[in-house]
Design a protein around this ligand. Structure first.
Ligand code: ATP
Ligand code: SF4
Ligand code: MG
Length: 342
């Protein structure tokens, strides 16, 4: 942990989380030792190209990994309690109440045979059994209003709603029990651009109203720029850089972050990540050293040998890359400035 992080109180601490998938040809190292903090009221963006392990990380944090996946190692501390190894009953009691997930594709998994109101009521009743379903109506209407949906949605079925409305129902379900942390996995990706923005604004409003902390997983760097406080960049199962959103956009440090930011033409003109190459190594057999070495234009001998440690190069900006040498006084050099671009 860096010195600035020590001064704040994280609601969620993830340490060395490893989630692997068993395959006949060996384990896919989908999440391979990630560390980060989420602070009170903060929105942390988690970005990276398809297959880098974002959803697996979300499932690992919520302890929802199912075979062939398994959590191999790590700690997920929520308000001081390690969720790893908690009995199922305790985990179930905690989900939605403290830690809620809006899974990737959530809006397509709403039950088509149940009214919206009954689906939200089910979430509440699973944890607050003392309530009578009918008495929940004012609370559900309030939730619908909080996510910007009209009261008539109470009586509707999912197929009667647009994509954006369905996604807002999923947000209403996630906040129904006033959780401490929400993990939203690509909550706006399947929507058209205008609706994306509206749903994103809804999420921000909800976040402000409830003071909830949020991990927002996404592809769209432009949307992220407008929504999150800090960004964590993932590549092939690892977080390679984590920084306040402004620093990430104006001064990315990791060569992969630089590539991602270059793919955003301007903060006004949003577009999804458009990296031409995918992860180049076999995720079952990563090379020794840096995970990005096969695509990195600056690769050095040391990168093929040693995995770069996470270092704080600027306040709150942490990067795992051998290009940066941090001195004891906190200053750093970028070896490209010293030896020129290799
Ligand atoms: N059931 C599975 N069995 C084997 N490998 C899997 C399984 N599920 C995911 N993976 C692999 O784990 C890695 C991470 O997948 P994950 O779905 O977490 O990525 P992601 O970053 O969420 O991608 P996307 O942006 O497409 O949603 C990928 O290499 C993927 O192929
Ligand atoms: S550690 Fe080396 S290979 Fe990895 S990103 Fe930095 S310069 Fe490139
Ligand atoms: Mg995903």
């Amino acid at each position: 942990m860096n010195k600035h992080e020590q001064e704040r109180n994280p609601v969620l601490k993830v340490r060395n989380l490893r989630v692997y998938y068993e395959t006949p040809k060996g384990d896919v190292l989908a999440v391979d030792g990630i560390d980060f903090n989420l602070y009170e009221g903060e929105t942390l963006g988690l970005v990276g190209e398809s297959g880098c392990g974002k959803s697996t990380a979300a499932m690992g944090i919520l302890q929802l990994v199912t075979p062939p996946g398994r959590i191999v190692d790590g700690e997920v501390m929520l308000e001081g309690e390690n969720l790893l190894g908690l009995p199922d009953k305790e985990l179930r009691a905690m989900r939605w109440v403290k830690l809620a997930l809006i899974p990737q594709g959530a809006m397509n998994s709403l039950n088509p045979t149940m009214k919206v109101s009954d689906q939200i009521a089910d979430v509440i009743l699973a944890h607050e059994k003392k309530y009578d379903r009918k008495r929940l109506k004012p609370r559900i209407l309030e939730l619908l209003s909080l996510v910007g949906l009209p009261g008539r949605v109470y009586e509707l079925y999912p197929h009667e709603l647009s994509g954006g409305m369905k996604q807002r129902v999923c947000i209403a379900m996630a906040i129904a029990l006033n959780p401490t942390v929400i993990v939203a996995d690509e909550s706006t990706s399947a929507l058209d651009v205008v609706v994306q923005r509206v749903v994103a604004q809804t999420m921000l409003r909800v976040k402000e109203a409830l003071g909830v902390s949020m991990i927002m997983i996404g592809h769209d760097m432009g949307l992220m720029a407008q929504m999150v406080d800090r960004i964590a960049v993932m590549y092939a199962g690892k977080i390679v850089e984590i920084a306040p959103v402004k620093d990430m956009f104006t001064d990315p440090k990791h060569p992969y972050s630089e590539l991602l930011i270059d793919s955003v033409p301007s903060l006004k003109e949003r577009k999804p990540l458009k990296i031409t190459e995918g992860i180049t190594h076999d995720p079952r057999n990563p090379p020794p050293g840096c995970i990005f070495q096969l695509r990195c234009p600056f690769v050095m001998d040391v990168c093929r040998r040693d995995a770069p440690p996470m270092q704080e190069v600027k306040p709150d900006q942490l990067v795992a890359c051998h290009l940066y040498q941090v001195h004891e006084d906190g200053s750093y050099i970028d070896v490209r400035d010293v030896v020129g671009n290799p």
